[in-house]
Design a binder for this molecule. Structure first.
Ligand code: AR6
Length: 217
């Protein structure tokens, strides 16, 4: 849980890490977030992986929740146990299907905000997020990172219990996009952590790739 590719340090010893490539079902944080759909009955991608690794207990709890609320609206979040997962809790949220509308960004921001609120309300101290909506729901990685990173940092600054948020990036490409976006937001002053750190071996790799990216424009 202490490995990171990029770490942003906030006041009160709060930390936001980007790391990967990673399978979120292996995370040992108090909670992990599931990029679910409104039915809460499972699906592919990270949702499928969480239900497969966590076993039937998670689905049973999801069924009890939908019996009460019918379905989970986009941008909202609910909590279940982690079943057989190493994590104690799963926070299920539903991202927007990407259409390039302004409301997509609002809903995506709400997923991070609501997940953090629900986790903090339950006294959770550490949580890992996947890149919500960037798979089956089609949100472009860079656009998603531009919403997810500032919203997460803003929310983390006001939490009572939650002190450590990790973004578990599934592959090298998404990790690179998110770390580059974080760095650019930092350089432009859009986000203002006390400190930003990169794992030593990552500096060179990302520096080279950033140059390549700039040269190819
Ligand atoms: N650990 C971390 N990240 C993962 C993992 C994993 N094990 N598996 C995939 N990802 P997606 P969405 C990344 O499609 O776009 C489901 O069917 C993946 O590379 O899981 O929000 C639900 O039931 C991508 O970057 O979620 C919904 O119907 C990110 O997780 C729908 O897909 C999100 O990809 C939700 O779509």
């Amino acid at each position: 849980m202490n490995d990171f590719t990029m770490r942003l340090v906030l006041a009160d010893n709060k930390r936001f890490d980007l790391f990967g490539p990673a399978d979120i079902t292996k995370e040992t944080t108090d909670a992990i977030v599931n990029a679910a759909n409104s039915s809460l009955l499972g699906g592919g991608g990270v949702d499928g992986a969480i239900h497969r690794a966590g076993g039937p207990a998670i689905l049973e709890e999801c069924k009890r929740i939908v019996a009460e609320i019918h379905n989970l609206p986009q941008g909202k979040a609910v909590l279940t146990s982690g079943g057989r997962l190493p994590t104690k809790y799963v926070v299920h949220t539903v991202g927007p299907v990407y259409f390039g509308k302004k409301s997509d960004a609002q809903v995506l921001a709400s997923c991070y905000r609501e997940s953090i609120r629900v986790a903090d309300e339950h006294g959770i101290r550490t949580i890992a997020f996947p890149a919500i909506s960037t798979g089956a729901f089609g949100y472009p990685l860079k656009e998603a990172a531009l919403i997810a990173i500032p919203e997460t940092l803003k929310c983390l600054a006001t939490t009572t219990h939650l002190a450590h948020i990790r973004f578990a990036m599934f592959d090298q490409h998404s990790l690179r996009v998110y770390t580059n976006v974080a760095e650019r937001l930092y350089k432009s002053g859009t986000i203002r952590p006390l400190q930003i750190e990169r794992a030593p071996h990552e500096k060179e790799i990302d520096g080279r790739e950033l140059e390549d990216e700039q040269n190819s424009r």
